[in-house]
Design a protein around this ligand. Structure first.
Ligand SMILES: Nc1ncnc2c1ncn2[C@@H]1O[C@H](COP(=O)(O)OP(=O)(O)O)[C@@H](O)[C@H]1O
Ligand SMILES: [Mg+2]
Length: 205
């Protein structure tokens, strides 16, 4: 049986993650792989319920409560969807995973990064993605896309200062060892080509 592969796409809202996930899935399926695309928060019945709470503008959620809700959603997602897919030899592409919590709750909300790292480890049962692709979006492009954002959910309604902190955090995190940074300010096809080249290396293993 083929070996399971866990691919994570990370980056700010509207950086193109969902667009690239769909294209990557099509390409991998063309190569004969079974592919599951999933997302965080979400991916299972319970995790999608938690997503609704997290994104509901009527929810009043303190930073530490928010952190635990994301991690609770993540444990269930990891246990019920990601690990079984990997065991079955599938490719699983997750739109966001632990790096989002570091960027939003750590750098964005200002929670202790050590606490965030510890809870990330617990919630993933120590599972590490085979690759984390971080979408780095140039400030100008970010500002352009912000203008067209729907601005409906609780996170999208956060002030610009919060969103800029998250964006800066992603730039920093994208340069960490082990991360694959892509310049997401380019045409869709150019970004996809970079992602495929990176994923192709994993297919050979
Ligand atoms: N490389 C790109 N260049 C220009 N627009 C893009 C690009 N990638 C995605 N978009 C557009 O930007 C918006 C956000 O893309 P999306 O894939 O939904 O981002 P995310 O999943 O990261 O929030 C969509 O309207 C999408 O069509
Ligand atoms: Mg998306």
């Amino acid at each position: 049986m083929k070996k399971g592969i866990f691919i994570v796409l990370e980056g700010p809202d509207r950086s193109g993650k969902s667009t690239q996930a769909a294209l990557l899935k099509t390409w991998l399926e063309g190569l004969g792989r079974e592919v599951t695309v999933t997302r965080e928060p979400g991916g299972t019945y319970l995790s999608e319920k938690i997503r609704e709470i997290l994104l509901d503008p009527k929810s009043h959620i303190e930073p530490m409560t928010e952190l635990f809700l994301y991690e609770t959603s993540r444990i269930k997602h990891t246990l019920e969807k990601i690990l079984p897919a990997l065991k079955a030899g599938k490719v699983i592409i997750s739109d966001r995973y632990t790096l989002s919590t570091t960027a939003y709750q750590g750098y964005g909300r200002g929670l202790d990064l050590k606490i965030v790292d510890t809870l990330n480890r617990i919630a993933t049962l120590n599972l590490k993605p085979d690759v984390t692709i971080v979408f780095d979006i140039p400030d100008k492009v970010f500002a352009e896309r912000e203008k067209t954002r729907p601005g409906r959910d609780r996170i999208e309604r956060e002030p610009d200062s919060f969103r800029r902190r998250v964006n800066r955090a992603y730039k920093l995190l994208s340069r960490r060892p082990g991360m694959t940074r892509v310049n997401a300010g380019r045409p869709v096809e150019a970004i996809q080509a970079d992602i495929r080249a990176r994923v192709a290396k994993l297919l050979k293993k």
